[in-house]
Design a protein around this ligand. Structure first.
Ligand code: XIL
Length: 360
């Protein structure tokens, strides 16, 4: 059975004409009975509302983008219809894009960037320097400090130059603070020392003079000990003239777990002259989900998107996927899931209308 006929009529209206003949007949021959518990009425894509207020609404994409046949058509069509920004969930990470010391493999990420350009979408580059998903040739090698610095510079220079003018903003350093707020131990810190961070930003700036340059992390969305450390960390970078444009709040929340201090936290980072972007938003539930959880989830999405767009420093919200068919959550947090705006059959969840309402 192909995927498209299982999509309900309302989903087809929202996702757009993704399935050829199926979509032609959607208004007269619903493939499924109308779902009374689905949000009704407004099928306006998120990007339409976002564009009206000059903000960017995006999704991370990965394997769904490459589904074969009608599955792929459905996925890409929905993506292009709803969003005016995308992030490569994995394709630009070190192990994907730089699989051997002298080998860069740009093709998968290139196809995402080309897709973005064909569909009027911005691209967030994710990520240049990360403690995780590093190629094994790098982590298993023995390097002096100077060699490690040269490897960092080579990687950033090659990747950022390749996408110069095509990637609007880079997560230059990702998750550099540990849960205790100190610099996180890992390959780059251990080989180079704290100066790797400044080196990364300056190298990225040299390779693309106009891209926005971000530090991205998690558990810094509310005002807490880690975000206090992040605040001191970025204030120090700014004081030393390091070219940082903004801070990314990943925003991987549990349902009911959006910090009430999110808006105030955005305000304090914005007061440093930084942009603040929501870069990886999802709101996970403990399975099986209940209607009450989905309602709370919708409110959580609404609160996060509203907190962002009500501050002029926050013009970008990127979700870490858009359909529950794709999310990283079930494999990373067993027992949890259903974290995104559309269910696994591309039906809009209550959270979809909630995000619409925040963007209106
Ligand atoms: C995750 C991806 O979603 C997974 O597919 C991959 O296996 C591991 O990485 N913070 C980040 C992202 O900055 O890069 C992570 O993405 C999720 C947490």
């Amino acid at each position: 059975m192909s995927f498209c006929p299982r999509i309900g009529a309302l989903a087809l209206l929202i996702l757009g004409a993704a399935c050829g003949a199926n979509s032609e007949s959607a208004s007269t021959t619903p493939a499924e009975p109308f779902q009374p518990n689905q949000p009704t009425g407004d099928t306006t894509p998120l990007r339409t509302y976002a564009a009206r207020r000059n903000v960017f609404v995006g999704s991370a994409i990965d394997r769904g983008f490459r589904y074969a046949g009608s599955d792929g058509v459905t996925f890409r069509s929905a993506m292009a219809r709803q969003f005016n920004m995308l992030t490569a969930e994995n394709d630009m990470k070190h192990d994907h894009i730089h699989p051997a010391r002298d080998t860069y493999r740009f093709e998968p990420a290139d196809s995402l960037v080309t897709f973005a350009e064909s569909n009027g979408m911005r691209v967030r580059g994710h990520t240049l320097v990360f403690h995780s998903q590093l190629a094994s040739w790098l982590t298993s090698g023995t390097w002096t400090k100077e060699e490690a610095k040269a490897l960092l510079v080579d990687h950033i220079t090659k990747v950022v130059s390749h996408y110069r003018g095509r990637v609007a903003e880079w997560d230059v350093v990702n998750e550099v603070l540990g849960d205790n707020g100190a610099l996180r131990s890992g390959f780059w810190l251990d080989r180079i020392g704290p100066e790797y961070i400044e080196l990364a930003f300056r190298t990225a700036r040299a390779a693309d003079p106009t891209a926005a340059l971000f530090y991205n992390d998690y558990n810094i969305e509310g005002i807490n000990a880690k975000s206090d450390s992040a605040y001191a960390f970025v204030r120090d970078l700014i004081a030393r003239g390091v070219p940082i444009t903004g801070i990314g709040f990943e925003s991987h929340f549990q349902v009911g777990g959006v910090p009430s201090s999110l808006a105030a936290n955005i305000t304090r980072f914005a007061a440093l002259g930084l942009k603040v972007h929501i870069t990886e938003l999802d709101v996970r539930l403990q399975l099986p989900s209940t209607a009450a959880q989905l309602t709370t989830q919708a409110q959580n999405y609404k609160d996060v998107v509203s907190a962002c767009v009500s501050n002029s420093a926050c013009d970008t919200v990127v979700f870490w996927g858009f359909t529950d068919r794709e999310s990283w959550i079930p494999s990373t947090f067993p027992g949890w899931g259903e974290a995104l705006l559309f269910d696994a059959s591309y039906q809009p969840k209550p959270a979809f209308a909630a995000v619409q309402s925040s963007l209106k």
